[in-house]
Design a protein around this ligand. Structure first.
Ligand code: FAD
Length: 447
């Protein structure tokens, strides 16, 4: 018997690790664990992401039920649960898809070790990204830290291995894994293992809007034109689905390739930031450019609280933060603006902003969030230089000229209830940031 462990791949179709497990032609028993080490640390007991995961696991269980099998689901500490599964099922092997975050790597090592005590192999597969860091390397070796050459190399690699599908050649790397073809290997079970409810795990369901995985094709086709305007619903909202694997990244990359190059480029950014985390795990804790850790952040708690609540007096920043607080989503253009305002105008450590986003974003993904924050702070790979500081006024004029986005989220905008003055005004904030960044970086470089 083979056990297959689902984590960030909450789907049956086109699942790389599951395909390999089923193809072994042994009975496969699928497993999912609601991980208390993660759930217990969430600040709210009413978290839309937990609702999303619980529903997605229930959907996954239905897939297995339709094949006459059952998904074993647990709530607890994965290492403890794997000890029990190992002793109860005595599997010949355990299969799973790779997860690259520091906690996951540690957890997987602990599980691999306890399986190794009984000589049970723990086999892991690439499923979460199109390419892992060793697959797209510089000619001289080593991972890329600049996006454009990375993207060129990524695209070359994509077309380096073509396979025939029907009338056309498609990239092997985007071809779906035909999991259904091997469904006959699933262990058959007349009784169903119940999926824990939110209430059983101490959570309550939320009413937060959870976007569907398949926006209309017209949205994909118009993506390049609309994507930068936050008042338009012009982006895919694939984030939460890619994060939890309720869709396959290969499928989304095929759709992007068929409709819009700009959209494919965004998925390449996703791979890029995942590759940075894989190749440089230390970015999860500190600046990729260590000299940026010497910046004397002001870290004013009251200003941070005003930023979080959307009360900075900068309309586009406040609109973004309120969109985030109310819906768990913020438009990408506005994420860049609020991140720049926090790290430059307010001189608050990018890790504070990163942590706030991690609590709030439905599509929170460590690698992309960390990459986005370090990009804005100037401390990361391929970051904008620190002296290029977003001007929130010109961003407003360019991307929300009629204040449609602002008015949607800041109802008191334009009334006496909205502040006349921003917390930190652009010219003053820009000059102060330039001075502080320059001094700190020069001091480290001269040292
Ligand atoms: C400070 C900051 C923090 C961010 N935090 C996250 C995060 O936690 N999780 C996350 O998925 N993205 C993050 N992003 C990237 C981007 O803002 C979101 O992916 C995007 O807004 C999600 O909306 P969408 O799914 O409609 O994206 P679309 O514009 O429709 O793009 C499609 C998909 O491409 C990927 N993508 C798009 N832009 C980027 C990007 N710049 N970097 C990496 N992947 C990208 C995502 O998977 C996204 O779902 C962050 C960006 C910034 C500036």
């Amino acid at each position: 018997m083979t056990l297959f462990w689902h984590r960030r791949d909450l789907r049956f179709p086109d699942n790389a690790g599951l395909y390999h497990a089923l193809k072994r032609n042994e009975e496969v028993v699928p497993v999912f664990i609601f991980d208390r080490n993660i759930l217990d640390k969430l600040p709210s007991r009413s978290d839309a992401r937990v609702t999303f995961i619980q529903r997605s696991v229930a959907r996954l269980a239905e897939w297995y039920r339709d094949y006459g099998s059952t998904l074993l689901t647990f709530y607890g500490d994965p290492v403890e649960i794997w000890k029990q599964l190992r002793d109860e099922y005595r599997p010949n092997a355990v299969y799973t898809n790779r997860d690259y975050e520091p906690y996951a790597l540690e957890r997987d090592q602990a599980v691999a070790d306890l399986l190794a005590e009984r000589k049970i192999p723990f086999r892991t597969y690439k499923d979460h990204v199109i390419f892992e860091s060793e697959e797209v390397e510089k000619q001289a070796g080593g991972s890329y830290t600049v996006f454009t050459p990375y993207m060129r190399s990524w695209l070359r690699r994509l077309d380096s291995r073509l396979i025939r599908r029907g009338e056309a050649d498609v990239s092997f790397y985007l071809a779906p894994y035909p999991t259904e073809r091997y469904a006959g290997s699933l262990h058959q079970s007349p009784t169903q293992h119940p999926v824990p409810t939110l209430e059983e795990m101490g959570f309550s369901p939320t009413e937060t809007y959870l976007p569907p995985p398949d926006p209309p094709r017209e949205l994909l086709e118009a993506y390049g034109r609309n994507r930068d305007f936050p008042a338009v619903e012009g982006t895919t909202r694939w984030g939460i689905h890619l994060r939890h694997g309720t869709v396959s990244v290969r499928q989304k990359a095929r759709e992007a390739r068929a409709t819009n190059d700009t959209l494919l480029k965004e998925l390449i950014w996703r791979d890029f930031y995942s590759n940075v985390l894989q190749a440089h795990p230390r970015v999860a804790y500190g600046s990729f450019r260590p000299e940026y850790d010497a910046i004397p952040w002001r870290n004013d708690e009251e200003e941070f609280a005003a930023w979080c609540a959307g009360r900075t007096g900068v309309p586009i920043v406040d609109a973004g933060m309120r969109q985030l607080n109310e819906t768990g989503f913020m438009h990408n253009r506005v994420r860049m603006i609020v991140a720049s305002y926090l790290t430059k105008h307010l001189l608050i450590d990018w890790r504070w902003g990163e942590a706030y986003f991690a609590d709030k974003l439905l599509d929170y993904e460590l690698a992309s969030n960390n990459g986005g924050w370090q990009w804005a702070a100037g401390s990361g790979v391929d970051a904008q230089p620190y002296f290029r500081i977003f001007n929130y006024e010109s961003q407003q004029r360019k991307f929300d000229p009629e204040y449609r986005y602002v008015k949607r989220w800041v109802s008191e905008f334009g009334t006496p209830d909205y502040p006349d003055e921003p917390l930190v005004e652009h010219k003053f904030g820009r000059e102060r940031a330039l001075r502080v960044y320059k001094q700190a970086l020069q001091a480290v470089r001269n040292h």
